[in-house]
Design a protein. Structure first.
Lengths: 292, 160
């Protein structure tokens, strides 16, 4: 498959990149890992005049934690997120999501920022980032701004990025002790697959090591955007962690989901699978919270 | 669309090339360097037949722009054998009957090489995981897994 004609530029720093993107507007597209962009170029879905390679932007690199916060640069490779020691413990839900994206070859090129900015409903990194309470840090002609991730996803393939803006990094609070997360992905096969349904859960246990003090549940591929499941979260708050609470939360999540029927599966089946996956994700989160 | 100059190492040899930006690494390897061991299958990152190692890591060369490979080190299937002597992984594929039409083999072998460089004796699950980005339409995968497991067991301490 052939690529269409385009020009290519590789700015040396953020300022240069923002200048080019501002100048060219819709005629330019930023290039990160390219695992989605090149497919779209080959299919003719997009036809930018210029690709702006972000690889030279040090400002977009780095997986760092400090002062109780974790910062993930937009150019962080998905394979790095899947394997990083810095994403152990309760942060492992993000590593779990990363490890399920695409294939080893795709993960070695795809970036965390790319997966977030392509904003597919089935994106593997979205539910984990949502349950970790991540916010997107953007840069553009107007300067830097922060957007909580639920507000960043606007529709399938649509984000709140304004013209000339790019994603710099994702930031989140480091979860405390006694908390954990889990990610579940269902597809027609085990790899190189777009989720039929995916789900992430995060819980934080109280001092008794049993009562759920904080709960977040997120679903993918069952709505126009990756979504939080507030009714499921409410069903978990102040309950004792365990199969009964998890089952009720999973039911609530299935009711909140807004799946459609498509070539991968029916809406009814997706709804059923939300229930199964949320239950499993909560199980994993609980084990993770107990240090397993 | 002006051509751009890139410098990359391919199978240990530094190459200085001119290319238009709208070409993939796959095209560069096959058309400019005549290294046709790397295959064009789906062209969209879904089959793995275009797998090469970039700085030691398996990537789909159909999704890498040639200009993005500037300054990088690429290993293709042609880089494995030493003259007439096959690389141990290649030999294992031959010995175990893991090659039928051979189209997936270069990609499979390179993915396996990357695995065996970071994991001494992978189990069958780990092998399948590592090869999950490489599709085979002929073999049903069993003998491919056998070959990689065998190569893993026979690896010399400093592993080639």
């Amino acid at each position: 498959m052939l690529l269409p004609k385009f020009e290519y530029q590789r700015p040396g720093d953020l300022g240069e990149a923002l200048q080019v993107l501002d100048d060219l507007g819709e005629e330019a597209k930023p290039l990160a890992g390219g695992t989605d962009l090149l497919v779209n170029l080959k299919h003719g879905t997009i036809s930018p005049r210029m690709l702006v390679d972000l690889a030279g932007l040090a400002e977009l690199r780095g997986l760092a934690s400090g002062k109780g916060r974790l910062s993930i640069g937009a150019l962080t490779r998905v394979s790095e997120a899947a394997e990083s020691r810095k994403l152990k413990g309760p942060l492992s839900v993000l590593a779990q999501g990363a490890s399920k994206l695409g294939s080893p070859q795709v993960r070695n090129r795809a970036t965390v920022g790319g997966n977030v900015c392509t904003a597919r409903p089935a994106a593997d990194l979205a539910p984990p980032l949502l349950v970790l309470g991540a916010e997107a840090v953007l840069a553009g002609p107007g300067g830097e701004r922060r957007v909580p991730l639920p507000e960043f996803f606007m529709g399938p393939g649509q984000t709140s990025l304004q013209p000339g803006e790019i994603l710099l990094r994702l930031e989140m609070d480091r979860p405390g002790a006694g908390s954990g997360g889990g990610y579940q992905k269902l597809g027609l096969r085990k790899a190189l697959e777009i989720s039929l349904v995916n789900a992430a859960a995060f819980i934080s246990l109280g001092d008794d090591g049993r009562t759920i003090k904080k709960a977040r549940v997120a679903l993918g591929a069952v709505a126009p955007v990756p979504m939080r499941a507030p009714a499921a979260e409410k069903a978990l708050l102040n309950k004792k962690a365990g199969p009964r609470a998890f089952a009720l939360a999973a039911e609530a999540a299935a009711d909140e989901a807004r799946p459609i029927s498509d070539h991968r599966g029916s809406a009814q089946y997706r709804r059923e699978m939300v229930k199964v996956l949320v239950g499993r994700a909560l199980d994993t989160a609980w084990q993770n919270a107990r240090g397993k | 669309m002006d051509k751009m100059r890139i410098t990359l190492t391919v199978n240990g040899v530094a190459r200085d090339l001119l290319t238009a930006p709208n070409r993939t690494l796959l095209q560069l390897l096959r058309e400019d360097l005549k290294l046709t061991g790397t295959k064009h299958g789906c062209g969209e990152g879904d089959c793995g037949s275009c797998t090469v190692l970039m700085d030691g890591k398996p990537v789909n060369s159909c999704l890498v722009l040639a200009v993005q490979a500037d300054g990088r080190s690429i290993t293709t299937i042609e880089g494995l054998a030493e003259g007439p002597k096959l690389h141990p992984i290649q030999q294992a594929f031959v010995d175990k009957g893991a090659i039928q039409c051979g189209f997936c083999s270069p990609g499979m072998i390179l993915s396996a090489k990357a695995l065996l460089e970071r994991k001494k004796r992978p189990n069958r699950d780990e092998i399948r995981q590592a090869l999950s980005g490489n599709l085979c339409r002929c073999t049903g995968y069993q003998k491919i897994v056998d070959a990689v497991a065998s190569a893993g067991r026979n690896q010399k301490p400093k592993g080639r």
